[in-house]
Design a protein around this ligand. Structure first.
Ligand code: F6R
Length: 255
């Protein structure tokens, strides 16, 4: 696991975007896993400024979607991904996949989503944020470390955190579809971005705590190419900050 501590939230977005742009330019990144929420927005901003035919040819897979929210609802992840990713990066909507949270058969929708990832040859790079409780995607604490895309119940703390996107917390759906931890773990590379003090505990648990479903992001300790890209506030509770800086000063790139 690599830990990259940068000086500001803007640098976090820029660093992650440059890694993606390098992969695209090298022809190694054709399938991008995309997250919603605040954390990746700076990445999408930088990518938009560097739009190219290769970037716009990407296939994209969302991490998750609310159950029961009309895809046209402005806060459905189908809408958020359309606004923040598909339109800004100039992707072909046919190449952008979001689990169908309004399907009559949700289990079949999850299986279809997994099949679409397989048909695309897997995800080359997955962007992740992290919840204050250590969730990635919507894999809440005690999610199976081997889980696949499925229905999950959101914790009330997560619904409160996401209430800022809705009129109030009661409008945040209670259920979601999310890529499982096993699904996320199959991405060839993972870039987790975190900014701000509110994420410091979850980041420290994920990087330096035990491998445990109590902190779902700790599953990334098992991933051969996972990088945490952090601002100083998100890194504040890491015990080995000096070591991560020393490691970085000895290498210019991620590989
Ligand atoms: C979003 C997702 C979540 C968020 C996490 C952090 O698709 O799956 O895991 O990444 O809740 O959200 P923000 O970035 O809004 O703090």
């Amino acid at each position: 696991m690599h830990v990259v501590i940068l000086d500001s939230p803007a640098e976090v977005g820029d660093f992650a975007a440059q890694e993606i742009l390098r992969g695209v330019a090298a022809g190694k990144l054709r399938t991008l896993g995309v997250a919603t929420g605040s954390s990746p927005l700076a990445i999408y901003e930088v990518l938009e400024r560097h739009r190219s035919p290769q970037l716009s040819a990407l296939q994209a897979f969302a991490l998750d979607e609310y159950v029961g929210l009309d895809p046209q609802h402005p806060e459905s992840y189908a809408s958020v991904i359309r606004r923040e990713v598909t339109e800004r990066l100039g992707l072909d909507p046919a190449n952008v996949h979001v689990p169908n949270g309004t399907a009559a058969d949700l289990a079949a929708a999850c299986a279809d989503f997994e099949a679409a990832i397989r048909a695309a040859g897997g995800i080359d790079l997955q962007i992740l944020g992290i919840g204050r409780n250590g969730h990635i995607g919507f894999n809440e604490p005690t999610s199976s470390l081997a889980s696949r895309t499925r229905v999950k119940t959101l914790m009330s703390a997560t619904r409160r955190d996401n209430a800022r996107f809705f009129a109030d917390a009661s409008q945040v759906p209670a259920l979601c579809l999310t890529q499982g931890l096993g699904t996320i773990g199959e991405a060839r590379k993972v870039l987790l971005v975190a900014q701000g003090k509110a994420k410091a505990r979850a980041v420290a648990d994920a990087v330096e705590g035990p491998l445990s479903s109590m902190c779902p992001a700790s599953v990334l300790q098992m991933h051969p190419h996972a990088t945490f890209v952090l601002d100083p506030d998100a890194a504040a509770e890491l015990k080995l900050q000096d070591y991560y800086r020393e490691v970085r000063s000895g290498m210019d790139t991620l590989r």
